[in-house]
Design a protein around this ligand. Structure first.
Ligand code: ZN
Length: 85
């Protein structure tokens, strides 16, 4: 989840306690809606993900931040996920 600096308004995608620009304490924010940008099917198992197939979707929030989500079912590009549910 993104962390927003109340001082300089910069968004950090890493779990930082303080803004590395102005040293103010960061606030964690939760995206309201996530839009599915892409979805791929993974068929090759790996050590940490041995069960295949699974799907990895790229999601974009209302501020343009990107996330990845693993799921058992395919998500449709353009679909809006409401993270409050
Ligand atoms: Zn800052």
């Amino acid at each position: 989840m993104p962390y927003v600096c109340p001082g300089c308004k910069k968004t950090w995608m890493h779990e930082l306690k303080k803004c590395i620009r102005c040293n103010k304490e960061l606030k964690e924010t939760k995206p309201k809606k996530l839009k599915v940008m892409h979805c791929i099917k993974v068929i090759i198992p790996s050590l940490k993900h041995p069960d295949v197939p699974y799907y990895v979707s790229q999601l974009k929030d209302e501020h343009g931040n990107l996330y990845f989500k693993k799921s058992e079912e395919a998500l449709k590009p353009g679909e809006i996920l409401d993270e409050n549910n």
